[in-house]
Design a protein around this ligand. Structure first.
Ligand code: SF4
Length: 445
């Protein structure tokens, strides 16, 4: 579930959860990307790769069993197998078009990410067709990491063994919560029995890394229920745990209900409470031997458990994304595919890449993008920005950094800046102050 929504408006300043996007997942914000900049994306694809830039592939599988009430991704429910087949063929055809472009150079993909939607919604036979076809166009034998997102209720032992046989190294289970009622009231398709079963089969299939996704602050969450979810997670001992704070973007069912009822605030916990819940989870995970490696992630063994996709993207790697509404970044240009399935398929049928909007950030904007994203790791290495962008972060952002320091949210250490735990848990709200003034307009839109 990595594709961000197309609008990005953080919540208003009060602490209640109002509608809007809280997470800052890219920069400049998506609403500055435009159809008339699409030629820039094509030009970027026709240039050779930048020296030392890694290349990754993201494939968006936009199908789910059911639409969760908090979901803002481009997903379809009730898809027929013929539709899925057509989509798979289109994604493979899209990769074939990419293979003719100069930006690939002599690179092989360093990381692959199957996201959605629900990649595990595909049957074993659909996955076989997809994987064989993709590999015949562009083998992923040199990939350091292959991630595959799953919804627990779509898994069985055979499918998990098959997913492992594709070379998947990182299996990400969208658990979100372990309470039956919370799963149901939030529109999740799976239940706890299915989580337990899928996790056991995944362990038996011997994935090098199993990640569990949780959300703090789902509808009807309580401190007691959250504590139970955290304890259950600790007891299962996954290799990594990713915890998001619940946000309510405008295109969610929850927002539509709020709007119809004339409510300004979402019926979920406020931001302070959600931060407290994540802080509690991180404390418990640390007590169990985990290390917090980002604003959202704790891992059991930081030497062994990496997240190549995240770390490469946050350092400016190229990402070639396939599929409807997916987001790419190539040779310094951002772009997004057509958001609508018919338009996406039509472009592919005509032998064209389905790019619908783009933006080429300036070097300064690329620097800010990496700064914002790397702040989410809790630590900024000053030398990195000096050598890559010729920027002294301490001078360039002295105003913002002084304010964070006065609030006790950041600490200067030799050659680095380190966020406090409180700073880390609020990092998405803090990052807006690092945007260029011309990009801060959407904040209260
Ligand atoms: S599983 Fe739910 S949250 Fe995830 S993409 Fe599907 S509908 Fe959205």
């Amino acid at each position: 579930m990595t594709a961000p929504s197309t609008t990005a408006v953080p919540p208003a300043d009060d602490d209640k959860t109002s509608a809007g996007n809280y997470f800052v997942s890219n920069y400049p914000p998506y609403y500055y990307w435009r159809p008339d900049f699409v030629p820039e994306a094509h030009a970027a694809l026709d240039r050779p790769p930048r020296p030392n830039a890694e290349l990754g592939i993201y494939l968006h599988i936009p199908y789910c069993r059911k639409r969760c009430h908090f979901c803002y991704f481009k997903v379809y429910t009730g898809a027929k197998s013929s539709e899925i087949r057509e989509y798979i063929d289109a994604a493979v055809a899209e990769l074939e078009i990419y293979r003719t472009k100069s930006f690939i150079g002599d690179r092989k993909p360093a990381f692959i990410y199957f996201g959605g939607g629900t990649p595990s919604f595909l049957s074993t036979s659909q996955l076989t067709t997809l994987a064989k076809a993709l590999q015949s166009v562009f083998p992923w034998d040199a990939a350091r990491e292959i991630t595959f997102e799953c919804e627990p209720g779509t898994l069985n032992q055979k499918k998990l063994q098959f997913i492992r046989s594709l070379g998947v190294t990182r299996l990400s289970l969208g658990v979100e919560n372990f309470d039956e009622h919370i799963l149901e009231i939030n529109g999740r398709a799976h239940r706890t029995k299915e989580i337990d079963r899928a996790y056991d089969y995944a362990r038996q299939a011997d994935f090098p890394q199993i990640n569990i996704d949780l959300i703090a602050g789902m509808l009807e969450e309580t401190p007691e229920k959250w504590a139970k979810t955290v304890e259950k997670t600790v007891a299962m001992a996954p290799d990594s745990v990713t915890i998001y704070q619940m946000e309510i973007p405008f295109n969610t069912t929850i927002y539509k209900r709020m709007r119809d009822a004339g409510r300004l605030h979402a019926p979920v916990a406020d931001w302070h409470t959600k931060r407290e819940w994540v802080a509690h989870a991180f404390d418990r995970l640390e007590a169990a031997g985990y290390t917090v490696t980002s604003a959202y992630t704790a891992v059991r063994d930081p030497q062994r458990t990496q997240f190549v996709y995240r770390d490469e993207l946050w350092r400016g790697a190229d990402l070639m994304s396939l599929g409807v509404a997916s987001f790419s970044h190539v040779n310094g240009t951002h772009y997004q595919n057509a958001h609508d399935m018919d338009t996406y398929l039509e472009h592919i049928k005509c032998g064209r890449l389905p790019i619908s909007r783009a933006l080429t950030p300036t070097t300064e904007e690329l620097m800010i993008r990496e700064l914002i994203l790397q702040f989410k790791l809790g630590r900024i290495e000053l030398d990195y920005f000096r050598s890559k962008f010729d920027t002294d972060v301490m001078d360039r952002f002295s105003l913002q950094l002084n304010q964070l320091e006065e609030r006790g949210l950041i600490q200067r250490v030799p050659d680095a800046l380190v966020l406090s735990r409180e700073g880390l848990l609020s990092v998405d709200a803090l990052m807006w102050d690092f945007f260029l003034p011309k990009h801060q307009g959407g904040r209260y839109a």
